[in-house]
Every structure is written in structure tokens, then in C-alpha cells.
Design a protein around this ligand. Structure first.
Ligand SMILES: CC(C)(COP(=O)(O)OP(=O)(O)OC[C@H]1O[C@@H](n2cnc3c(N)ncnc32)[C@H](O)[C@@H]1OP(=O)(O)O)[C@@H](O)C(=O)NCCC(=O)NCCS
Length: 173
């Protein structure tokens, strides 16, 4: 990925998440983009990046062979929200993750958006289970039939995500 594309992706997240959260999410996205196993999916409108979503490996300590991912962040430029970019991001991403043989994908997010694409609340653990005060916001989409059932126990996200504040849902509205 060239520098122009990286900058455009970071700008999408900066703007999508607004002045309160945007700078921190853009910083996080920059760290994630620097990791070798991050999957970045963008949707363009009129030649420019309108939306982007990142996926990073999500590990179950008891199941080292499971191929799971964490979805975050997902953002669309404010001026282009509500026009199908988010839908295209999700459909393209899910198709890609299935094509590479991923087992399941997890997200901590808006309970109204992700269920449209098959995500449902899950009892699998976040890396900081005690901080999940809104269980409906922790969701999973199984990508390979039957693969998620056996998964249990302690989980680990990539290093930039291993901050308790990122998993504390008590501040959600
Ligand atoms: C959430 C977000 C990625 C959705 O992208 P988008 O391009 O606006 O979504 P789309 O236009 O493709 O909408 C797809 C569907 O989801 C719905 N939707 C969009 N945003 C939603 C939200 N925040 N909550 C619930 N539903 C939402 C739309 O109404 C639409 O439904 P429809 O197909 O029945 O009309 C985008 O609004 C965004 O970047 N928001 C700010 C950052 C953010 O909150 N990211 C998610 C953090 S978990």
C-alpha cells in the first residue's frame, strides 16, 4: 500500500469517528496498517476512498489453529454515509474472509449495523471480559459452518488493541 492510500484511509477514520474519537482511532488504524497480517478493505466513490475497514488476527489461546479476525475500525466519510458504502464494505469483506478460509470474525460495535450482515451477540470472550458491560455489542459472524462452536477461553487481539480502555463498554450511550 502506498503512502497516499494509507493517508486516505487514516483520513476516512479520522473524519468518520468525529473530533472526540477520530484522532485516537486514526492513530490505532496507523499502527494496525503497519502490521503484516492486517487485512484492509476499501470502497471507492468517484476515484477516492470513501470507506475502509480493517481486520486483524484474533486468537483463542486454547485453539491455536483457529483463523479468526477482529473487525475494527470501520468508517465511512461523513458526507458519504447512508449511501451504501458501509454495506459494500461489509459484503466485500465477508466474501474476502470466506475466500481465505477464515473461521469467524468478531466485532465490538454498533448493535444496529452489524447484525444486517449476519453478526450476532456471542458468549466468546473479549480479551478483557470483565469490561464488557453491554454484551449485545460483542458480536460474531461464523464464516465456516461449525468452526466457531468449539472456540472458548481466553482471547488475544493484536498488540495495539490490548488496552483495557478499548474494551470497556461502560462509556457507550
Ligand atoms: C456505521 C457506518 C460504517 C455505516 O456506513 P454507511 O455507509 O453509512 O452505511 P450504509 O449506507 O451502507 O447503510 C447500510 C445499512 O445500515 C444502516 N446503518 C448505517 N449506519 C448505522 C448505524 N450507525 N446504526 C445502525 N444502522 C446503521 C443503514 O440504515 C442501512 O440500512 P438499509 O440498507 O436498511 O437502509 C458509518 O455510518 C460510519 O462510518 N459511522 C461512523 C463510525 C462508526 O460508528 N463506525 C462503526 C463503529 S462500530
Amino acid at each position: 500500500m502506498n503512502q497516499t492510500e494509507t493517508k486516505a484511509i487514516l483520513d476516512v477514520h479520522l473524519q468518520a469517528f468525529g473530533s472526540a474519537e477520530g484522532p485516537e482511532i486514526a492513530r490505532l488504524a496507523k499502527e494496525l496498517l503497519a502490521l503484516p497480517d492486517t487485512i484492509s478493505i476499501s470502497v471507492r466513490r468517484g476515484g477516492t476512498i470513501a470507506g475502509n475497514v480493517l481486520f486483524t488476527p484474533f486468537a483463542f489461546q486454547n485453539h491455536p489453529d483457529a483463523a479468526c479476525y477482529l473487525l475494527a475500525p470501520c468508517g465511512v466519510l461523513p458526507g458519504l454515509q447512508g449511501q451504501g458504502v458501509g454495506k459494500e464494505l461489509m459484503e466485500t469483506s465477508i466474501g474476502h474472509l470466506k475466500s481465505i478460509g477464515a473461521d469467524a470474525v468478531f466485532v465490538l460495535g454498533v448493535p444496529g449495523f452489524y447484525p444486517r450482515y449476519g453478526f450476532a451477540p456471542t458468549d466468546k470472550q473479549t480479551p478483557y471480559p470483565d469490561l464488557l458491560t453491554l454484551p449485545a455489542s460483542w458480536m460474531m459472524l461464523e464464516l465456516k459452518a461449525g468452526s466457531a462452536g468449539p472456540l472458548n477461553g481466553r482471547t488475544l487481539a493484536v498488540e495495539p488493541f490490548m488496552q483495557p480502555a478499548l474494551w470497556d463498554t461502560s462509556a457507550y450511550g
